[in-house]
Design a protein around this ligand. Sequence first.
Ligand code: DP6
Length: 349
Amino acid sequence: WVLMVTAQTPTNIAVIKYWGKRDETLILPVNDSISVTLDPEHLCTTTTVAVSPSFDKDRMWLNGKEISLSGGRFQSCLREIRCRAGDVEDEKKGIKIAKKDWEKLHVHIASYNNFPTAAGLASSAAGLACLVFSLAKLMNVKEDHGKLSAIARQGSGSACRSLYGGFVKWIMGKDEKGSDSIAVQLADEKHWDDLVIVIAVVSSRQKETSSTTGMRETVETSMLLQHRAKEVVPKRILQMEEAIRNRDFASFAHLTCADSNQFHAVCLDTCPPIFYMNDTSHRIISIVEKWNRSEGTPQVAYTFDAGPNAVMIARNRKVAGVLLQKLLFYFPPQPDTDLNSYVIGDKSI
Ligand code: DP6
């Protein structure tokens, strides 16, 4: 027999960024962060997990290709889920798995991203969140989303925020073991559903410096990070929570853009410097900044993760239409140009 569970998890984009760990093994951050979870139709991971007595080892396929599971992060997630597994019964198939049997059983995992992997579109976030969620379902783990977020966090920090829709805050926590470093939902997906996300896929190539390596080097060498984590982010988190509560787009946009820019400044302050954005990214920033200034109040917020792709948040559907026209004018999609595709999250975020 084979027992299977399939789950789908959207990716999330941070508007107040997580960058830097105080504990690399447990993945504990140096500051709180806030993200928006995207509409699952556009950017998501779909994962199927299966268990069978005939499987002789744990195996995983990502986008159809088998990948190694020897990494410590995957093993920690699997261990944390396995030790919380419950009894499982499927009467129709005549399957009964007792809690203690999970120790001996192996899982097969197949995961698909409907967007470029490791190109700075938070693929690890959706991937690990989906893995933890589907394994928890398969093994009948009875933990709440907060606890599951702490497990997903040990797979990839940003993954803990993908277990909820809407606006999500990852609380850095104080505990050395990370028990209070969890994600909480600030507002659900219906709270501010005028917002529309437009992503310009500037490059679908794999990034040169992974987030994990990049943030390690930043922690080791950047003075600016200390200032950011201690002085800047704590205030911004409060301001961002208020902007979200009041659906105050002007403040939301101001904070989002400023935080993205400071994150990339911190990358430049790293030795050797890390460049995630490219000329196209910089041009997009200029176009949005000019437009926002000419309107007198922000229409669009932009943010860039560890890659050159632009994530833009328009204040409403009409603005998103104009934004897309502008982008198509400045960067007409052609197969051999850098910027050749757009993803539009036209539903609520
Ligand atoms: C720039 O979560 O990918 O997207 O915890 O080492 O797996 P690890 O890093 P990861 O870093 C994400 C960094 C970011 C900002 C963010 O999502 O908050």
